[in-house]
Structures are given as C-alpha cells and as structure tokens.
Write a protein that binds this ligand. Structure first.
Ligand code: NAI
Length: 484
C-alpha cells in the first residue's frame, strides 16, 4: 500500500481532515498515512518554517503531502507555511478544478449553464518571490521573475494534463500587451509547447478579457494556464462561479513532491464547532487518489458526494437555507451512506485504475533547470535608477556631464514614462528616475566600464538600483520606456 504524509493543519483543519480520512477508510482506499507536525502550532514551538525537521524528512521521502489549511502567523517578516511548502519543494503547477455541482445553487446552475474549468497556475515565480525593496522613502519596487524553465515546467504539465483529461481547448491567460518581456516569455513558451499537442486547440486571451468572459460565458473555457498572481485571482473568481471556496480543491504538482489541499483557509470563526464543510478537502483528496492512479475509488467516492449534494444534503455554508444544515460528521456520514449510488447529473465514469510507479528519488544537489543553449551575449549599456527631487532637465544636465566618451544618455523616465529628452509637464513625478545609458554605436562594454560610469554618477546622485542592458544576437533583452 502506498504511504503518504498527512498534515492536519490548524483551525477547522483537523475536523475536515479526520472526516475525509474516515471516509477513505470506509471506502477501503488502499493508502496508509504518516501524520507529520506542520502548521501554526509547530511555528509557535519555535520552528520558523512551520514544520519539524522530521516532518520535512518524511514528506521528502514519501513525495505526497495531503494537508489541511494552516494559519499564517500574523506579524511582519513571517512567511506563510503554505507558500513556503509549495516553494521549497518546487510544486510548480497549481491545478484547481471547478465544476458545476448539482445541489449547490449558483447563477449558472440556475441558468442551466454547465461549468467545467481547470485552472493551472504557475506556483513558484512572479511577484511571489516576495523580493521587494523601498528604492527611496516614497518608491517601492517588487521584482517579478518569469523564467523560461519555470514557465516550461508548468505549461508542459498543463498540456499533459489537458491531453489526459481529453480537453479540447487550452488557453493561456496573460498581459503580454503590457508586460512584453515577462508575460511575453510565458506566452512564447506556451506556443512553443503547443506545437507538440496538435490535437488541442491552443489559444490565448488577455487576462482582463478572460475575467469578463469567465463571468459571462464560463462554458467557453476548458483548461486555462496563467502566471502566479493572475492565476491566483482568476482561480478564486472561478471558485465563485461554482459556489465558493467550500467547493474549490487544489493540487500543487511537482516532479518529486506534490501537495493536495483545499483552497480555503482555517476558518477560525467556526473552528472546533463541527460545522465546516469538508467538500473542498474531499475533492482535493480525490484529485490525489487520481494522481496515484486510484481511479475507481475516486469515482465511487465522488459519485457518492455528487449524489449527496443532489439530494439536498448540506452543511451550513451552502444550499437551500430552508432545509436543515448537517454538521461535518453528519454530512460525511451521509456521503458514506451513499457509497455505490450514481448521481443523476454528470456521474463520474468508472475508469480502470492506473499503475503509477512512484518516483524513487534521492537528490544530492539542487537541480539546475535550463532549457536553452546560451547564445552569445553582449552588454551595451545600463539603466541606473537614481533618487532625485529635481526636474528632468536638471537631472539630465548633470548626467550628461558624466556620460564620458563611451556612453550616451538615451532616455530618462519616471515610473516608466519618458520625461527626457521629450515628455510632458503634465506627467507627475516621484523622487526616483530611471536613466538609460547606452554605449556609443551600441558596441559591447564591460562591467568595469559601467562601474566607472556608476562612480561618476554617484558624485551627484544616490543610485538605488542598476540593471544591465543585454543584447543576444539582434534581440534587445529589455523594454523601452513609455514614449521612447
Ligand atoms: P478562510 O477561508 O479561512 O475563511 C473565509 C470564510 O469562509 C470564513 O467565513 C469561513 O468560516 C468560511 N469557510 C472557509 N472554509 C470553510 C469550510 N470548509 N466550511 C465552511 N465555511 C468555510 O479565510 P481567512 O479567514 O482569510 O483565513 C483564515 C486563516 O487561514 C489565515 O491565517 C490564512 O492565512 C489561512 N489560510 C490558509 C490557507 C491554506 O492553508 N492553504 C489558504 C487561505 C488562508
């Protein structure tokens, strides 16, 4: 029997986890469990990442973690246990499935519009690295990382999953019209990978348009893949379409370790009252059973759940308020009573079990993921981010004295909008400028040349940050300023 790690979590976590594991036991799911110490209470015991070293060892050994929600301790500098776990173990794809559940009333179920959307959200990169600085006392900067290998991992997973699920369409949500380099890279990788899946209709949509379409015609979409922050927002929007967070399961998939959990949190307002709805955690557990190839048990339990919902059984957070609400234990018992029954709407097919060979892995060093041969690269200049309270023309006059023979000052922008050599006095300024120096004739310069330029500029300004201007072949690896 496969053994998995279980962390019950905080708040309602232990109640709903016990309900789901009890249900698995009654269904004779062939799994054994090792309960690990993880969560706010472990953090309070002095383990700063919210788990004991033994818990980390067990999870890394077993490769599957089924977890309840965990509270993020309040206070500056404290990172969420949930986010730490996803990032530490490189669970690069966050899969969330949203389906119409009969018995859970929504605008769409009432209108007879079926929903079956799977959102795959990149789970590691983007602004979620939390790499942030105040450049001046007025100006905060967050670094947004979108990488080619990271994008490849998640997009490849999305295409493979779509193929396995028999999806017809896969859509990339993005904002590449504005973020041409970061979202542009994600979109480029999407279409590169799409070539290997000719049976799937691959297309893309700008994320704001996607949101509008999701709330008006959600049945148009099948699988949607997005970067981290956009995926986070869009997946909660989709949870709303099918009845709220109580019905939103989530799987965090990595090459070595995968984490299955509900989307919702610890619900402190109802913790310990035996009132919580275990459905989202149960759906996450079913996604885990399918991940492990246990298709038959997953279908049997899901059909019992759907039958229970159809028959109007409900916990207090959803359903027909004129009917009495069941507590967590009674609701779970109702599902168990319905084992073997088939719902009237969308019964899950009885697919054969699949043999999934557990990945045996022992890593002795961190994998370096690379996807491309490095091209010849030259540096042709630098962006210096400086603090200044002066007008653009005054800033430029000073900077021009420091350009030397090797560099020319090309543009100065403020919050991304060009304010020199051309601009408008109607552009509001903050006390931080981006000043772009390129080499005369766009010839290669060295980092020492840049250091010399830097030394000259700091005679007049505080340089808050620098970025090199790289060129590969004829491709400039940086964006232009608005208006440049
Ligand atoms: P929450 O999801 O815990 O609660 C929001 C509302 O939904 C509350 O009214 C709650 O009673 C209700 N609710 C949530 N799950 C429910 C369920 N299964 N059955 C019935 N009602 C349910 O979000 P909140 O209050 O923002 O966060 C509470 C804590 O949970 C925070 O410490 C937060 O950091 C943590 N959290 C943990 C997550 C995780 O472990 N993956 C995800 C989100 C939040």
């Amino acid at each position: 029997m496969t053994k998995i790690a279980v962390a019950k979590g905080d708040g309602i976590g232990p109640e709903i986890m016990d309900a789901v594991l009890g249900l698995f036991e009654k269904a004779e799911v062939p799994l054994t469990y090792e309960v690990v110490e993880m969560g706010k209470w472990v953090f309070d015991k002095g383990f700063s990442n919210g788990m004991t070293p033994e818990a980390q060892q067990t999870i890394e050994h077993l490769g599957i973690l089924f977890k309840g929600p965990m509270e993020t301790p309040k206070g500056k500098g404290v990172k969420s246990v949930n986010v730490t776990a996803r990032k530490t173990w490189n669970t690069y794809a966050n899969k969330r499935t949203f389906q119409t559940l009969h018995g859970v009333d929504t605008v769409f179920s009432k209108a007879g519009i079926p929903i079956d959307i799977t959102i795959v959200r990149e789970n590691i990169e983007d602004t979620y690295g939390g790499i942030e600085h105040m450049l001046t006392q007025d100006v905060a900067l967050s670094r947004r990382f979108i990488t080619r290998p990271g994008s490849m991992q998640v997009i490849k997973y999305a295409f493979e999953m779509a193929r396995k699920k028999g999806a017809k369409r896969i859509t990339c949500g993005h904002k590449a019209n504005i973020m041409k380099i970061t979202d542009g890279l994600f979109l480029e990788v999407f279409y590169e990978i799409a070539k290997d899946y000719p049976e799937l209709k691959a297309d893309d949509v700008i994320v704001d348009d996607l949101c509008m379409k999701l709330v008006s015609q959600p049945n148009l979409f099948d699988v949607v893949v997005l970067t981290n922050l956009q995926g986070d927002i869009v997946s909660d929007l989709c949870a709303g379409l099918v009845g709220g967070l109580g019905f939103a399961p989530s799987a965090n998939i990595g090459d070595h370790i995968s984490i299955f959990e509900a989307v919702h949190g610890t619900a402190p307002d109802i913790a310990g009252k035996n009132m919580a709805n275990p459905t989202a955690l149960l759906l996450s557990g079913l996604s885990m059973l399918r991940h492990l190839g246990l298709m038959q048990k997953a279908a049997m339990i899901e059909n019992a759940l759907l039958y229970t919902l159809e028959s109007g059984k409900r916990t207090g957070d959803f359903g027909d308020k004129t009917r009495p609400a069941l507590n967590t234990t009674e609701f779970t018992e109702a599902i168990i009573q319905n084992f073997g029954k088939v719902p009237g709407h969308n019964p899950r097919p009885d697919l054969p079990d699949q043999t999934v060979t557990p990945t045996v892995f022992k890593l002795d060093k961190n994998p370096l993921i690379m996807t491309k041969e490095m091209q010849d690269e030259i540096i042709i200049g630098v962006d210096l981010f400086i603090e200044s309270f002066e007008q653009p023309r005054e800033v430029a006059e000073k900077l021009l004295q420091h350009s030397g023979d090797l560099f020319k000052l090309i543009t100065i922008s403020n919050r991304g909008t060009q304010v020199w050599p051309k601009g408008s006095v109607f552009t509001n300024l903050v006390n931080q400028y981006r000043c772009r120096f390129e080499s005369v004739g766009e010839v290669a310069v060295t980092q020492i040349d840049i250091l010399e330029l830097y030394k000259r500029v700091i005679q007049d300004f505080k340089v808050c940050s620098t970025e090199l201007l790289n060129v590969w072949g004829d491709k400039k690896a940086y964006s232009l300023a608005q208006g440049q």
